[in-house]
Design a protein around this ligand. Structure first.
Ligand code: GLN
Length: 487
């Protein structure tokens, strides 16, 4: 079996049609993981025994003709900030190094109901703060297309495992770009769904008003298939949507882009954008015209302010969310302390990394009574305005296109001493989180040096169906998916 070339759907169908068993798939995958994982360092925890046991159970069910779920026997990897019952969930932090959740996140419950198999937990920036996965307390993940470069972040592990073909698909989380940017860096498809479409129950919170869980996959169809499984109302998340939602994206995915109205926000093509990325995105736009879409340039001026609003809001929420990690209720317990205050101080000083501390301090400052209006309140107003501008754009357009990242995957260590430069990696992705809308990163070209380039397709609230249609049409016409790195 050529496990590295198989998509999630192909694995699912192969098991269903009894061309191979789930046990054979899981065994082949772990054989490959043993070879490739030491090169990319993308997993924090592997669940080989449990996965094999699970695959045997599912094979039995299929053999006996019992009813099985829509992802029966299919392996999937999970970002390590999504709680998995009985499996360590560390957030790539010393703070949660030994944390074993006693429950499953909503998305994990859904995957299990669909009979998917969890194969491991992936590396990430500590508490999902970062753009290169270099903020992990445990290991540095590599980009499968160039092992000297970063995989992006914060879901760098989840993107790297799919890019390196050591998982057919994975889940990540996206607060300001953390699914889309690493997907672009690793040459895979990554979707940040509409805020509220996928429950955040069991996702360890960073910026709760921005966080969303979403799929990373080899192609667009697999992405839609996973979203069908993990989306839906959850009474345990009070921001989870109660709206009627589109249930079956795959049914309409192949209807093409003829007559589709596409907007190109001028503000996303300014100084600082790498020329090869700009060229690749312009080529994609030309392709859309050839495919029959109507393309126009538009203005979204307020989005230029998004980055500053994002770093105030996400840090403010993080400072509040991370208050629970004190060595008492949760987290690392220091060896020596003489008072409760000292216990808390030592727990947080010793177990949080530099970037997490920076965000907590920034957020606490922005929320302090003297500065609340000047920072947090102003950032909230900007968020609202950004949301309105997108809403107006979607009265005229079905989807918007832009680059995902202004730069190609950068070298490991290149930006670690310059947090501000690292923050700029999100300049094209954060506005989408502020507006609560969905966006997908689609591989659209390779640079001269062989590095993947991503195109961002942005949709309106609950407009995932249009995003998938647009992405699938381009994917088919470009024909670059399925290319795998030499490792
Ligand atoms: N890179 C951004 C940050 O550091 C986004 C992170 C994310 O989406 N989780 O905050």
């Amino acid at each position: 079996m050529n496990i590295e070339t198989l998509t999630l759907e192909a694995i699912r169908d192969g098991i269903r049609e009894r061309n191979f068993t789930s046990e054979e798939v899981v065994t082949a995958l772990f054989d490959r993981i043993k070879l490739i994982e030491p090169k990319v360092n993308a997993y924090i925890t592997l669940c080989e025994e449990e996965a094999l046991a699970q695959s045997k159970l599912i094979d039995k069910k299929i053999e006996n003709g019992e009813k099985v779920g829509i992802l029966a026997g299919v392996p999937i990897a999970i970002k390590d900030n999504i709680c998995t019952d009985g499996i360590k969930t560390t957030c790539a932090s010393k703070m949660l190094e030994d944390f074993i959740p006693p429950y499953d996140a909503f998305v994990i419950k859904k995957l299990k109901e669909a009979d998917a198999i969890i194969i491991g937990k992936t590396n990430m920036d500590e508490f999902a703060m970062g753009s290169s996965t270099e903020n992990s307390a445990f290991k540095k993940t590599k980009n499968p297309w160039d092992l000297e470069r970063v995989p992006g972040g914060s879901s760098g592990g989840s993107a790297s495992v799919v890019g390196a073909c050591i998982a057919p698909a994975s889940l990540g989380s996206d607060t300001g770009g953390s699914i889309r940017q690493p997907a672009a860096f690793c040459g895979v498809v990554g979707l940040k769904p509409t805020y509220g479409l996928v429950s955040r129950f069991g996702l360890i919170a960073f910026g709760s008003s921005l966080d969303q869980i979403g799929p990373l996959s080899k192609n667009v169809r697999d992405n839609a298939l996973i979203l069908e499984v993990i989306q839906g109302h959850d009474p345990l998340d009070n921001t989870s949507t109660k709206n009627e939602i589109q249930k079956e994206y795959l049914k309409t995915i192949d209807s093409g882009v003829k007559g589709m109205k596409i907007g190109i926000p001028r503000q996303f093509f300014k100084d600082g954008l790498d020329s090869e990325i700009s060229e690749a995105v312009l080529n994609a736009i030309e392709k859309y015209k050839e495919l029959g879409a109507e393309v126009e340039e538009i203005d979204l001026p307020i989005t230029e302010e998004g980055l500053s609003a994002y770093y105030i809001i996400s840090s403010a929420e993080a400072s509040s969310n991370l208050a629970r990690f004190d060595g008492i209720r949760y987290g690392f317990r220091p060896q020596n302390f003489e008072s409760v205050d000292e216990l808390i101080e030592q727990s947080r000083s010793q177990a949080f990394g530099a970037e997490v501390k920076r965000r907590i301090m920034l957020g606490t400052y922005a929320l302090s009574s003297g500065y609340y209006d000047a920072y947090y309140n102003r950032a909230q107003k900007l968020k609202k305005k950004i949301s309105i501008q997108f809403k107006e754009a979607f009265e005229k357009y079905d989807v918007l296109l832009s680059p995902v990242s202004p730069v190609l995957p950068f070298k490991c260590g290149e930006k670690t001493n310059n947090p501000l430069e690292m923050y700029l990696a999100d300049i094209y992705t954060i506005n989408v989180n502020l507006a609560g809308i969905p966006a997908l990163s689609l591989p659209c070209a390779f640079s001269k040096s062989g590095l993947p380039i991503g195109l961002q397709i942005i949709g309106s609230h609950f407009g995932e169906d249009k995003i998938f249609k647009a992405a699938y049409a381009l994917e088919k016409s470009l024909g670059i998916t399925g290319k795998t790195p030499v490792l």
